[in-house]
Design a protein around this ligand. Structure first.
Ligand SMILES: Nc1ncnc2c1ncn2[C@@H]1O[C@H](COP(=O)(O)OS(=O)(=O)O)[C@@H](OP(=O)(O)O)[C@H]1O
Length: 498
C-alpha cells in the first residue's frame, strides 16, 4: 500500500512525466552505447595486435556490412584437397589474435580412428574450457567434436575432384597404403583396382577418402541411398563446403561467411606435389603443375620412375572417378551447392573480390618470397623451420623467404609459409609453455615431422614402443600415424600401422 503511494508520488507528484521520458531516453542511450562498446570490443578482440604488412589499402577488402567475426571454427581437414593451405590461414588468424586451438597430443587425432575428444591436448571434459579453432586431420565424429567445440561453432570443409585426389593420394601414400603398395603405377591401379584393394584392410587412402574423412564407410560399393545419407549428414552439420579447384572463390565465400577481412584469406599454396615435366600443359590434376605451367616455371630433379608411376591418361582419370563413386557423388553435389552460393553472392562481386585477392597474393609474394614466389623442392630448403614434411614418390614443395626483411615483416611472411607440423609446434608451445620448457618435444624429431608418443599414455592407445626417450619406452610416429624408427640418429620411415 505504502509502496504504491510512494510510486505514485514519485511518478506524478515529484518527478513528472517529462522527467520519466528523459530518464527513459537516457536509459536507451546508455544501453545503445554499451551495446556499441561491446561490438567494438568484440571486433577488436579478433583483430591482430600488430599492423598489417599488406602494402595495399585494399587489404581489408570490400565492406562486409554489419557482422561479427566468427571465432569458433571447426574445419574438417580432408586429405589432399588443399586443406593445409586452408589450415595455415586458420593458424595465422588464431595465432595473431591469441585464440585457443584444439590441438592433438602428437600430430593427429588418432587418424584413421574416429575422432575422440580425449585426444585433444588440454581437454578436461565437455566444454570445460573454451576452444576456438579445431582443424587437424581427423575422421569426423560429430558427438565427440561437439564435446570440444562450443554450440555456435561454424563448421566447414573442402572437397576436390576424386581424380585429382587419387593422383595426389597415390603420389603421397604409395609406400603406405596397402592397396597402392602393390600396384605398379597409378595407371595400373586405375585399370585394376580390385586386384589391389582389399576392403578388410583399412585402405582409406585408396578409395573414397572424402567419405572416410567425413566419418562414413568408404569401402562399400556405391549405393544412392548411402550417398544421400552422407549428403544429409553433411548438410545438417556443415555450414559451408569449399571446392579446391575454385580455391579463390572458396576463400571469398568463406571470408563472408566468417566475417573476416580479405587479408586473412590471402595464402600461398602449401603441400603441393613436385612438378612433373609431363604435367606442363598436360594431363595431371596437380594445382601447382598447372600454375607453374601457366607461369612458365620448370622444375628439375624429378625421378623419372616417380613420373611414370603417377602418370595417368584421361580415360584412367575417369576410371578413378568411378572407383571413388561416393566421393564423386559428394563432389558433384556440393560443387552444385557451391555455385548456387556464388550465384546468390553475385557473380560480379565475386569477380571483383577474387581479383583483389589475387592482387594481394601477388603483392605478398613479392614482399615475402624469394625468386618471386617460385616453389622449391623440400629437400633444397635448408631451414628446417620451413621445410615441408616429405612423404611419397615426389618432393613436396615449399618456399624460401626473401632475405633482408625487417623483423615484423619476416614474422608475418614466415607465418604464411610455415608448414603444418612446424606451425602446430609453435602453437603448442604457445598454449602449453611449461610443457615446451620441460622439453617434451624433441626438436630433432620435430624437424623430421615426427611425434614422440609415450607408450604409457592412457589416451593415445598407441602401439608398444620401439625407440627410447629419457629412459622411458617411447614410440616414434610421424604425423600420419606411421611408425618411425631411429637408427644411428637417422629417422627412417616405417610402414604405417593400419
Ligand atoms: N590454393 C590451392 N588451390 C588448389 N590446390 C591447392 C592449393 N594449395 C594446395 N593445393 C593442392 O592440395 C594438395 C595438398 O592437399 P592437402 O594439403 O590437403 O594435403 S594433406 O592431406 O594435408 O597432405 C596438393 O595437390 P597435388 O599437388 O595434386 O598433390 C596441392 O597442390
Amino acid at each position: 500500500m505504502f509502496e504504491t503511494r510512494m510510486l505514485r508520488w514519485l511518478v506524478c507528484g515529484r518527478v513528472g512525466t517529462v522527467w520519466i521520458w528523459k530518464a527513459l531516453l537516457l536509459f536507451v542511450a546508455i544501453a545503445f552505447a554499451v551495446q556499441l562498446l561491446g561490438v567494438i570490443f568484440n571486433k577488436s578482440s579478433v583483430h591482430p595486435a600488430g599492423h598489417s604488412i599488406f602494402l595495399s589499402s585494399d587489404a581489408q577488402g570490400p565492406s562486409l556490412g554489419f557482422c561479427q567475426p566468427h571465432t569458433h571454427i571447426m574445419f574438417l581437414k580432408t586429405h589432399k584437397t588443399a586443406s593445409s593451405t586452408v589450415l595455415n590461414m586458420l593458424y595465422r588468424f588464431g595465432d595473431e589474435r591469441n585464440l585457443r586451438f584444439a590441438l592433438p597430443m602428437g600430430y593427429q587425432f588418432g587418424y584413421p580412428l574416429p575422432f575422440n575428444a580425449h585426444r585433444v591436448k588440454g581437454y578436461r571434459g565437455p566444454r570445460a574450457m573454451e576452444f576456438h579453432i579445431l582443424g587437424h586431420h581427423m575422421r569426423f565424429n560429430k558427438p565427440e567434436v561437439e564435446k570440444v567445440m562450443p554450440a555456435d561453432t561454424f563448421y566447414f570443409s573442402i572437397i576436390r575432384d576424386p581424380a585429382g585426389m587419387a593422383e595426389s593420394s597415390f603420389a603421397y601414400y604409395k609406400e603406405v597404403a596397402p592397396a597402392f603398395k602393390k600396384a605398379k603405377s597409378l595407371g595400373d591401379f586405375a585399370d585394376n583396382p580390385y586386384r589391389y584393394y582389399d576392403s578388410r584392410v583399412r585402405n582409406n587412402y585408396a578409395r573414397n577418402l572424402l567419405m572416410f574423412d567425413f566419418g562414413m564407410d568408404n569401402s562399400a560399393n556405391f549405393s544412392l541411398a548411402v550417398a544421400q545419407k552422407a549428403e544429409t549428414m553433411i548438410r545438417q552439420t556443415f555450414n559451408l563446403i569449399l571446392v579446391s579447384e575454385y580455391f579463390d572463390q572458396s576463400m571469398i565465400l568463406l571470408r563472408h561467411a566468417l566475417c573476416w577481412p580479405l587479408e586473412t584469406v590471402v595464402s600461398f599454396s602449401l603441400n603441393a606435389r613436385q612438378q612433373k615435366p609431363s604435367d606442363v600443359g598436360g594431363l595431371s590434376g596437380s594445382f601447382v603443375s598447372k600454375a607453374a605451367a601457366a607461369a612458365g616455371i620448370g622444375f628439375r630433379g624429378v625421378r623419372p620412375q616417380a613420373k611414370i608411376l603417377t602418370n595417368v591418361t584421361e580415360a584412367q582419370r575417369e576410371k578413378l572417378r568411378q572407383w571413388n563413386a561416393f566421393d564423386l557423388y559428394l563432389y558433384k553435389t556440393f560443387n552444385r551447392t557451391f555455385w548456387e552460393d556464388i550465384k546468390s553472392f553475385g557473380y560480379a562481386q565475386m569477380e571483383q573480390e577474387v581479383s583483389l585477392l589475387r592482387m594481394l597474393r601477388k603483392e605478398m609474394a613479392q614482399v615475402c618470397l624469394r625468386d618471386g614466389g617460385k616453389p622449391v623442392e623440400g629437400r633444397r630448403i635448408q631451414d628446417k623451420n620451413i621445410r615441408p614434411f616429405q612423404l611419397g614418390l615426389l618432393q613436396i614443395l615449399g618456399y624460401e623467404l626473401q632475405p633482408g626483411l625487417d623483423n615484423a615483416t619476416r614474422a608475418a611472411c614466415l607465418r604464411m609459409i610455415r608448414p603444418e607440423l612446424q606451425y602446430k609446434d609453435v602453437l603448442d608451445a604457445k598454449q602449453f609453455p611449461r610443457m615446451a620448457q620441460s622439453g617434451q618435444q624433441n626438436p630433432a624429431l620435430l624437424a623430421a615431422g615426427a611425434s614422440l608418443v609415450r607408450q604409457d599414455s592412457p589416451r593415445t592407445g598407441e602401439r608398444p614402443a620401439e625407440g627410447n626417450a629419457g629412459g622411458r619406452t617411447a614410440e616414434l610416429r610421424d604425423w600420419d600415424g606411421s611408425r618411425l624408427m631411429r637408427r644411428n640418429q637417422t629417422l627412417i620411415q616405417k610402414v604405417r600401422l593400419t
